[in-house]
Ligand binder design. Sequence first.
Ligand SMILES: Nc1ncnc2c1ncn2[C@@H]1O[C@H](COS(=O)(=O)NC(=O)[C@@H](N)CS)[C@@H](O)[C@H]1O
Length: 468
Amino acid sequence: MTEFSEWFHNILEEAEIIDTRYPIKGMHVWQPQGFKIRKYALSMLKEILDEDHEEVLFPLLIPEDELAKEAIHVKGFEEEVYWITHGGLTPLNKKLALRPTSETAMYPMFALWVRSHSDLPMKFYQVVNTFRYETKHTRPLIRVREITTFKEAHTVHADAEGAQKQVERAIEIYSSFFDQLGIPYVVTRRPEWDKFPGADYTMAFDTLLPDGKTLQIGTVHNLGQTFARTFDITYETAEGEHEYVYQTCYGLSDRVIASIIGIHGDSAGLKLPPGVAPYQVVIVPVLFKKGAQEVMDFCNQLKDRIKKSGIRVHLDDRDLRAGKKYYEWEMRGVPIRLEIGPRDIANKKMVIVRRDIMEKEIVDYNEETLITDLNNVLEDIKENLRAEAREDFQNNIRPAGTVEEARDIVTNQKGIVSFSWCGDEECGKEIEEYVNVDILGVKEESTEGKCIKCGKESRYLALLAKTY
Ligand SMILES: Nc1ncnc2c1ncn2[C@@H]1O[C@H](COS(=O)(=O)NC(=O)[C@@H](N)CS)[C@@H](O)[C@H]1O
């Protein structure tokens, strides 16, 4: 959808997710509706992380000399770092950076915390705002200058195998989180020239937005011993030796919320996975002159019962035409709408409308099974959203046997292209140049076919796409 960008900006405003009128480019205000969606998404993520990570909170500011310690890392961020130079009217004798990410804030402290092998492994995470002076086109939730929902995990291990296992564990964590949100993704190993500054290698999660461009929604970095050597993070082995630790870090951001909105949304507005929906059920009483009070009494009791079950429910008793209410709650993506009129009460029926399939269904109103029925429908909606998004995603991954074919697909159908690659950097750069896209990375080793650029033996099955 070429007008996807317009749709996206409109729905952020109409559904009151964020207010982009804040007077700093790339920095926005979370409004109550959006803040709730963000809150529920984060509580889903924390529930997974808290199984085997400790949550911490580090200062926002990083001393210039700490940030500069890791040469490759600081090179990678030098154009994006915001600096603090004054405390009030007093110039600071040492500039302070607003964290673009927290390696150089955390690792001097890790050097103090890590003493013996028995302290390892350590697995921390924090959910903070980070700041990056993005010079490319900023977009709300997608490419911002204040990343408000930056979940960064940082782990410390005694050996390379521990770090490798943690990379695999982080990929499981992200997979399960995105699966719960119904966000489809591919995982690739980023090319050497596109890995995180200072990492040995980067694994990345990419999803696809309706305009056919991919969005990097999460990354997992194996940092090896690079930062350990820079920040002197060592531990005493059982034999009394001192060894440098091995580290990983993995992050995701506001882009997760952008994906929920962009991928599940449709022309009627938001379509929220129940797990993050501020309201999961909205009750709309259908009122006529006759029997209005009876309907309201019934709806209030119904609301109380549903609320007590833990389902997030809202009774819309505003004095508005029912159709206006239907439009609003569909636009806000409420998974289930119940419409209750006098006849329904008399016939012990209720009308249920599922936001995912947008069909009215008349069902029995059964006191005993009501809550179970609603939870089953919510679960069904969650699975249906996930299946629909996955199907659409898979249909937008197309193979290309030549660079011409790859360019044709990217130009006309957009989406992701899979291709055979010899793995040679020169070749990779020429493919990016010719097709005018980014190589997302390597999906798996594969000797199938010939490299689409040089014709040599293929080493990898790789993916490329137009990206955000
Ligand atoms: N300007 C931005 N706006 C929104 N999200 C961003 C922005 N820059 C990066 N991200 C998201 O943040 C994730 C982590 O950023 S990162 O640079 O790849 N990795 C790190 O910073 C590591 N320290 C892992 S915590 C990225 O995968 C991407 O999804």
